[in-house]
Design a protein. Structure first.
Length: 87
């Protein structure tokens, strides 16, 4: 299960990085994943990430983390199924 979660986290990280707007690349490069207990997490440590994710000052949010987590559920399910089948 942990191997499947690691693969899902890495895949979600890649999806988030592909849709993150790039100026200097700092935000995109800060996106990472972690696996804890029974979950995979993606996130970033930059202080301005919430403004890009959620929007600010009349700019709409990009929702790169939310979209990476929610728009690829079939892919993540397939990854986990393959991981469990090949365990």
């Amino acid at each position: 299960k942990k191997r499947g979660l690691e693969a899902i986290g890495l895949t979600a990280e890649g999806h988030a990085k592909r849709i993150t707007p790039v100026d200097t690349g700092r935000l995109r490069n800060s996106i990472a994943h972690a696996v804890e207990d029974d979950a995979a997490y993606i996130g970033t440590s930059t202080s301005y990430a919430p403004f890009v994710e959620l929007g600010a000052r009349g700019r709409p949010g990009v929702h790169m983390l939310k979209r990476a987590a929610t728009e690829h559920t079939d892919e993540y399910k397939r990854i986990m199924e393959e991981s469990m089948k090949n365990a």
